[in-house]
Design a binder for this molecule. Structure first.
Ligand code: AMP
Length: 287
């Protein structure tokens, strides 16, 4: 496994593999890797000849009052995880390499990014779309691996790839969970053991919501959301819901009544547990 820090070096490597008809699978990350990232890497390993992981805590996707400074970082640990998961190249650029002085360009996916996460984290998805666009131009992958854990991010990146004719396929991999069913996240390192167990109520609530729709045939999305909200309130003292939405999986538009709806349904939420912000979702096909 090689660590690459320079853009032109990785571009030449990518050119070489493309010229020799090798497929490149790419997993962009912000590091502090866990089994969610590993599952993306293993999927890439399965599909592609060459696996590239990037590790870069991207400042432009954090809001001014968010946790950029204290976001967990441990490259040595990440290095060993990448090596033992079969990664070929780790791209580990410096901030100045990615954003030199006078960097002026942004990639903005409209509409989808006004909702849900976008509403509470203005500018976040523009930061994500811009960095992923840059990384894709550096790594030149055939496949881009992202996690369902960040449902809206996956939708935004798929739309960007479609709209900008990126020459790659976006592959969305299922959310990896702790034994308690709490979605794995680098930010879980902010939580105590007790908080982790309390946070697992979120997925329990989403599962109950899905059950209401699929098993009890409730079609009124508001009723389902009220139920989920009450479930969380009843089961946890400290979780504060920030948003909850039932949407499609293409533009993340809210579905009010499922009666005439057909396709994938995503129930997503964000909640605070103390100062830690957690997101999760459940996805299923309807009808
Ligand atoms: P991050 O390092 O948080 O930016 O995440 C990098 C990639 O890993 C993103 O595509 C995430 O959606 C994905 N990811 C994060 N957590 C999980 C998880 N628990 N299961 C699957 N994928 C995940």
């Amino acid at each position: 496994m090689k660590i690459i820090k320079e853009i032109d070096a990785l571009q030449s490597i990518a050119d070489y593999y493309r010229a020799t008809f090798k497929t490149i699978g790419f997993v962009p990350t912000m590091g502090f890797l866990h089994d969610g990232h590993v599952s993306l890497i293993l999927n890439a390993r399965k599909d592609s000849d060459i696996v590239v992981v990037s590790i870069f805590v991207n400042p432009t996707q954090f809001g001014p009052n968010e946790d950029f400074e204290k976001y967990p970082r441990d490259f040595l640990r990440d290095f060993h995880i990448c090596k033992s998961s079969g990664v070929d190249y780790v791209f580990l650029p410096e901030r100045n390499t990615v954003y030199p002085e006078n960097f002026l360009t942004e990639v903005k996916v409209k509409s989808i990014t006004d909702r849900l996460e976008g509403k509470f984290r203005p500018g976040h998805f523009t930061g994500v779309a811009t960095i992923v666009n840059k990384l894709v131009n550096i790594v030149k992958p055939h496949y881009l691996y992202v996690g369902q854990k960040d449902a809206q991010q996956a939708v935004v990146l798929r739309k960007m790839a479609e709209d900008l004719n990126l020459d790659l396929k976006v592959k969305v991999c299922e959310t990896m969970r702790e034994e308690t069913k709490l979605a794995m996240s680098s930010r879980n390192s902010y939580l105590t053991k007790e908080e982790k167990s309390e946070a697992s109520v979120l997925y329990e609530a989403l599962t109950e919501g899905k059950k209401m729709i699929n098993d009890y045939k409730v079609t009124d999305a508001n009723a389902v959301m009220k139920f989920i909200e009450n479930f969380i309130k009843r089961k946890s003292k400290n979780l504060i819901l920030q948003y909850l939405a039932i949407t499609d999986n293409y533009l993340m538009q809210e579905i009010e009544d499922l009666k005439n709806y057909e396709g994938e349904v995503v129930i997503s939420l964000a909640a605070y547990l103390g100062k830690t912000r957690l997101i999760d979702n459940i996805i299923f096909s309807y009808k």
